[in-house]
Design a protein around this ligand. Sequence first.
Ligand code: GLP
Length: 248
Amino acid sequence: MRWIAAENPSDQGCMAAEIICRCLQKKPDALIAFPTGSTPLPMYASLVACYQSGQVDFSRMRGFNLDEYAGLPPEHPQSYAFFLWENFYRHVNVQQQNIFVLDALADPVQAAADYEEKLKQAGYPDLAILGIGINGHIGFNEPASVQEAFCHPVQLAPETLAANARFFSPGEKTPQSAVTMGMGSILKSRKIILLASGKGKAKVMARLKQMTQIDPMFPASFLFLHRDVTVIADRDAWPQGEMMTAES
Ligand code: GLP
């Protein structure tokens, strides 16, 4: 696992966008798995800017969302399908047929199986961009003593429900479950970038930096099993007490 320090979220966004642009320059039809949350917003803004200045072409890129709330229609402002569309896809020349999202309204077991099959047919991601939850979740792979390897439905952990409640209106019924790519699906990606920014992530990043075991109660630790993971953490999320070098 390679750690790269970013000065701030915007710097982090540029660094991640640059990696995506390089990937697409090498392989215009690359399959890329995309995250949601606040963390990747500067990356999407930077990708849109790169597109507008003619630095990148998304016309053949295939995009797969990492996860989705169960039961939220795609037009709901908090649906992850909506998030990706609103913050990224609608501003660039990605082709509608190359956008893949989990079917939030289908039976979750079936939706998960169908998505895994689509990933398999498409050859799994060339590049997966990930965020991290405060409990170490990746996508919506929550801490559990046994982890489902591939796409699967999941009950959201109390800390995830609390952390994500900020996105929903007061009094609105928030989704309690989701469907996510499994850690096994994610680990089939050729290259993985993990993004973390903000003080709220310093603790979880310190834990990841110090860990030497794979712990299903801390799903991010499965990333140790992959040979090409780059962590880009900004100054605030950087583990306290660890030297903040450009690369470590
Ligand atoms: C959600 C998503 C994750 C994301 C996490 C962190 O739970 N399912 O994929 O990494 O939020 O979000 P934020 O970047 O807002 O902290």
